[in-house]
Design a protein around this ligand. Structure first.
Ligand code: NAD
Ligand code: MG
Length: 387
């Protein structure tokens, strides 16, 4: 029996992970499940899977969670500290699927225990990639990528040497607005940005796909995870979302990974790694699909990609500023206080502002410093939005 925990169990990635566990209950013991506001889902899953503990990130909802778990034998806990403590419970495999920088502290704690971390939470790599990778190394822990593009690259690299890689190409659907006239983007509404052409995901990553902030995070994630130079990372728009990534080797060969746009591919690969097991995902019928399309991403449509390049060039903890500012700008867009295209404008402004503050982003990369910078970036966005 493998002991597993799922951080962000109530979300899109968390539910897909539980779907795979549910099909093979004899193989797993569920240790901790965590969620946020959806107490009913968290409690129902904790009961159904016989979890040891269920944790909500919201301290004010502990009583509600306790009541929902009454008589089940599942412990209840709440708050950011409880989340970090849950990561110390012995487990063989932990899914990191909290959305946003909030996933960093529990992920680090899991790695400190030497636990294998299946990483969907790309924001933690963007904020503190070096810290995560070094923590894994010191404690002999493994990080397995769950983002579909990074899982695809990881799979294309099996049996290969990273030193022979010339380039890594990650694909992007182009999001909800890939064919919109540029002048209409500023007026894009929340509902329009919240519907993805191919993937069924959480709301935040769906909006980030429309703006390509998601791909911008993924470019940085590629750099941090695979350790290759920024110039070797390319983004390719591929509207069908069937080719997830390509790895180009020094002999010119390109190895690619194709699969249905279903996150259970990448989650299942990380769950069963290094084995491959049957997964309940659609098989591609390429003759029926007929054609695959590719195009270069337009700079004017997706300014976030340019910002990602600037962040990688700047280095230090610039990624934490970028992610914190982007997350807060997204909060304001969701709340109706910012327009769609303002998100990139404000993120760029906050990046310039905090990078100019002497020494700030060149401090040692510790959890405390990353958290402080994340907070400063969010406050700087609030100042611009004037709330
Ligand atoms: P989601 O919004 O559906 O779920 C997020 C989960 O995190 C929920 O369980 C929620 O309760 C929890 N959460 C939210 N805020 C929290 C906080 N402050 N503290 C603790 N927990 C909190 O998100 P998702 O789409 O499942 O994405 C999860 C992560 O996986 C993100 O980092 C995302 O970028 C990444 N990812 C998602 C997909 C996808 O298909 N959904 C694909 C690739 C990568
Ligand atoms: Mg992805």
């Amino acid at each position: 029996m493998r002991r597993i925990s799922i951080f962000g169990a109530t979300g899109s990635i968390g539910q897909n992970t539980l779907d795979l566990i549910r099909r093979d209950p004899e193989s797993y013991t569920v240790v901790a499940l965590t969620g946020g506001q959806n107490i009913a889902q968290l409690a129902a899953d904790a009961r159904a899977f016989g979890a040891e503990v269920a944790i909500t990130a919201d301290e004010t909802r502990l009583d509600e969670l306790r009541a929902a778990l009454q008589g089940s034998g599942v412990e209840a806990a709440a708050g950011a500290q409880a989340l970090v403590e849950a990561a110390t419970r012995p487990a063989d495999w932990i899914m990191s699927a909290i959305v946003g920088a909030a996933g960093l502290a529990p992920g680090l704690k899991a790695l400190e225990q030497g636990t294998t971390l299946a990483l969907a939470n790309k924001e933690s790599l963007v904020c503190a990639g070096r810290l995560l990778m070094a923590t894994a190394e010191v404690h002999g822990a493994r990080i397995l990528p769950v983002d579909s593009e990074h899982s695809a690259v990881f799979q294309a690299l099996v049996g290969e040497r990273i030193t022979e890689v010339e380039r890594i190409i990650i694909t992007a659907s182009g999001g909800a607005f890939r064919d919109w006239p540029l002048e209409d983007l500023a007026g894009a509404t929340l509902a329009q940005a919240s519907s993805h052409p191919n993937w069924d995901m959480g709301q935040r990553i769906t909006i980030d796909s429309a703006s390509m902030f998601n791909k911008a995070l993924e470019v940085i994630e590629t750099r941090e995870f695979f350790g290759i130079s920024p110039e070797a990372i390319e983004v390719l728009v591929h509207p069908q979302s069937l080719v997830h990534a390509l790895v180009g080797f020094r002999d010119g060969a390109l190895m690619s990974h194709l699969g249905a746009p279903d996150m259970r591919h990448a989650i299942g690969y990380a769950l069963h790694w290094p084995d491959r097991r049957h997964l309940p995902v659609a098989r591609l019928d390429l003759a029926a699909i007929g054609q695959l399309d590719f195009r270069a991403p337009e700079e004017a449509r997706y300014p976030a990609l340019r910002l990602a390049r600037a962040v990688m060039a700047r280095g230090g903890m610039s990624g934490a500023v970028f992610n914190g500012a982007k997350e807060r700008a997204l909060d304001h867009f969701i709340a109706g206080r910012l327009g769609f295209t303002d998100m990139a404008v404000i993120t760029e402004r906050v990046l310039a502002q905090l990078e100019a503050e002497a020494g700030l982003i060149d401090d040692a990369m510790t959890l405390e410093n990353v958290t402080r910078i994340d907070d400063l970036a969010r406050k700087a966005v609030d100042l611009v939005v004037k709330i």
